[in-house]
Design a binder for this molecule. Structure first.
Ligand SMILES: C[S@@+](CC[C@H](N)C(=O)[O-])C[C@H]1O[C@@H](n2cnc3c(N)ncnc32)[C@H](O)[C@@H]1O
Length: 247
């Protein structure tokens, strides 16, 4: 699987991904971290800082890094109180933390073998009994609910600029690999729109597979949840929010 560096979408990521779900999820995350008495958090795929900035403002001790230099630069400009670093989740090492987080499908960018590499590296960044919290598309939901036609997933106007994004994705159920094909139109007033095309693969998993992989790599599952913090439903949850503990 090719590494995907977000260089095409970094500039528009915050506008396109900004939605009430981001804030709602951060509250779920905060509650989870409080429940487990977490004080120090390493956001190992911080992107433009959606979780790291929120948690820092809530008083957590935050370390944050991401593979994409473009995403890191945006996070840094938005919030100078954290020193955002560029690093790969397969090798980043910045100490021993109470929790490592990787949110919004970030691990889907890794092949199955690189995911195991990342888990072992995450383990090196955790104290004993530290938590690894991440989410990923739920294969058991996706295999029955994948959208096979082109659809608009985002349509909004911000400061007089219109953004319309089309998805035309492919899904190899045998390999559990989704190929995301996005086309984004960005138009100021009635000017000729700029059109961006972007494409990348995402490896997805079932909850049983995640349990096996994590247990093989020195973790135990604390719980699986949906992104709203409610009980995970194998057939109906779009994402698997995984809370795993280093043994
Ligand atoms: C969908 S974004 C999520 C970012 C952020 N957590 C959020 O919720 O907005 C996925 C992030 O994973 C990062 N990523 C992908 N592969 C990575 C790797 N090997 N190491 C570290 N970060 C990686 C991307 O650069 C991107 O910023």
């Amino acid at each position: 699987m090719k590494d995907y560096d977000y260089s095409v979408q970094a500039k528009y990521y915050d506008v396109l991904e900004e939605n009430p779900g981001v804030e709602a999820f951060n509250k779920v995350l905060d509650k989870l971290l409080k429940k487990h008495k977490v004080k120090s958090v390493f956001d190992i795929t911080c992107g433009t800082g959606a979780q790291a900035i929120y948690l820092h403002k809530k008083g957590y001790k935050i370390t944050a890094s991401d593979f994409s230099k473009e995403m890191v630069a945006i996070a840094q400009k938005k919030y100078p109180k954290i020193k955002f670093k560029q690093a790969d989740m397969r090798s980043a090492n910045f100490g021993k933390f109470d929790a490592v987080i990787s949110i919004f499908n970030a691990i889907g960018h890794l092949s199955k073998s690189d995911f195991q590499k990342a888990i072992q590296n995450i383990s090196n960044n955790l104290k004993t009994s530290g938590l690894y919290i991440f989410d990923i598309f739920n294969f058991d939901f996706m295999k029955n609910n994948f959208i096979p036609y082109e659809f608009i997933d985002t349509c909004k106007e911000v400061d007089g600029i219109k953004y319309v994004r089309f998805n035309n994705n492919k899904f190899d159920k045998k390999k559990q690999l989704m190929t995301m094909n996005q086309k984004t139109y960005i138009q100021e007033g009635l000017d000729k729109p700029q059109i961006f095309r972007d494409s990348w693969d995402m490896q997805i998993y079932s909850s049983e597979q995640l349990k096996n992989i994590l247990e093989k790599n020195g973790f135990e599952i604390v719980e699986f949840l949906s992104m709203d913090g409610k009980k995970f439903d194998k057939e109906n949850s779009l994402f698997i929010l995984t809370i795993a503990k280093k043994k």
